[in-house]
Ligand binder design. Sequence first.
Ligand code: ADP
Ligand code: ASP
Ligand code: MG
Length: 613
Amino acid sequence: MGVVVQKFGGSSVATAERIKEAARKAIRAKAAGNQVIVVVSARGDTTDDLIDMAREISENPPAREMDMLLATGEQISIALLAMAVHALGEPAISFTGPQIGIVTDSTHTKARIKKIDTTKIRAALEQGNIVIVAGFQGMDERYSITTLGRGGSDTTAVALAAAMKIDPTVKANGGKVSCEIYTDVDGVYTTDPRIVPDARKMDSISYDEMLEMASMGAGVMHSRSIEFAKKFDVPLMVRNSFSDAIGTWILPETDWMAEVPVCGAALARDEARIVLDGVPDRPGVSHQIFSAVAAVNIPVDMIAQSVGEAGKATIGFTVLRTDLSNVLAVLQPIATELGATVKGVEDVSKVSVVGVGMRTVTGVAETAFAAIAAEEINIKMITTGDIKISVLVDKNDGVKALKALHAAFRLHEPRKGAGISPGGDPVAMVFKSRPALLIDNRPPDLSVLAAKLAGMEDILVSGVTLNPEQCRVTIFDLPDRPGACSTIFTAVANAGAIVDTIVQNLTGPGRAELSFTVPRSDLTKALECTQKIVQEMDPNCRVTGDADSAVLFVFGVGMRTHTGVARTMFGALAQRNINIRMINSSEVCIGVVIDRTHGEEGLAALKAAFTMG
Ligand code: ADP
Ligand code: ASP
Ligand code: MG
């Protein structure tokens, strides 16, 4: 007998009629021969209303009490849904997160799941119940109620599916576990269809792409839910609770997914930029800064560290605007100690394009910058990752930049996996190529599975590599105006150089610094053409090339949001006195450019730090 986990979001339980419809969907899945677990969110805008209520009492309510309050929203939904199932003549039982054994850490308002005990769920299912679980919540080891962060019900649903999937009894029964995320749109679109009306619904998207899209602002899924799905190989379908239409499969990556460079675009409106100026350019400084931010569990993005001049560097990065004041409070004393200054800049938006095809297709960056330049939008920062490019723009330009990128990559047109079938059943096709993981014909290794369950949301670092062949080109004092990047990368591409990592940072009023890496064999041509083109733009620009660099990469899932990964990485390098020249980070990979002579030593340090032998 299969297990189906269905999750209904806030709008899907907003009215009595919607709750009855959710009950009907659950009963239908049971009638089809499945055991059914339903995870629900708070109704409609309940969570926002609860937050407003707290603010009426206090500007800065204790996080523990905030969780106590927020968790009530989901409790209303589970009781009503259980009543609706009963009214339709089926047995159902509701549980809160703590009741069902969802144990989290104690990071109130953004707790992480540590383990899930499936005993109680299994017993309730075996008695024939539809089991209804409150999303978004758990309990720490001190019995305090915790919540998982906004949008966290997706994570509850996928974590339950993962826990059921590796539950020995479910496995012994040959149980197949699937997870359906019911929401108010037909599936995952190439970008938010409310912002870009010609966005196209995707038929399927890979875990890595969805992880990056969600982390870059696509609010349709909670990014941490995708981490679980990937770690435990749970296929997910995002679909509309208002219809029976087939939605979007979120699945392991397969060949045809890489045929297009960009699968989607996302906008994060609520960003803030932090600028640290006059930072000493020496080993250990990045570690000091980012470990302080990581220690308060704040994920950072778009880290751009400008090359040190006269021993001083500028470090810029972005955080969510809601985290800005906390980050400034943490960094102020460190900046003072380093003789640097720190400030926060609001009113910025981050626009990103994502696609696994970017690993192999060239020209993505030029197309992106050209599209933004054509709209005369100024780019404040740029960072690239393994499968994404992000640009930071003025908040007022965010939507325009998103639309420009969506059109430039022709995301409104059908393509494989988004309107054109790659052929066959996508789930069967994807899992056929990796049978050991889902279909699991092998006897389950219970010790490995148990270890996985005990550290459900632990960091998963899957590899560390060194690329000694990447060289860096840097342009100092680039005029900060629309079109500069587009002109440069078009010229570099025309010269035949393949650009990998790109980082741009604002270094002073009206001036930017732009660095990028190219393979060693392309360095001379990249340097020559960059020198030529920037001279035409502004004779004050200077261009340098370092042939002595190498890049170290750490791969895994949740590399950015698990703030400890960057901390461990930078810490391991700082300990060996290895200076970090450039950083690029994404959910699936963090890369740092270092001095080539330290390449092997850095690799060994990272392998040891991530215990990879
Ligand atoms: P729920 O309450 O069901 O969890 P959410 O509001 O969290 O629903 O997520 C659904 C919303 O996500 C959609 O209404 C849509 O506006 C937004 N969204 C953002 N990016 C995307 C995208 N790429 N595809 C689909 N929806 C998106
Ligand atoms: N109710 C919570 C929120 O609004 C969790 C969720 O809906 O996923 O963020
Ligand atoms: Mg949601």
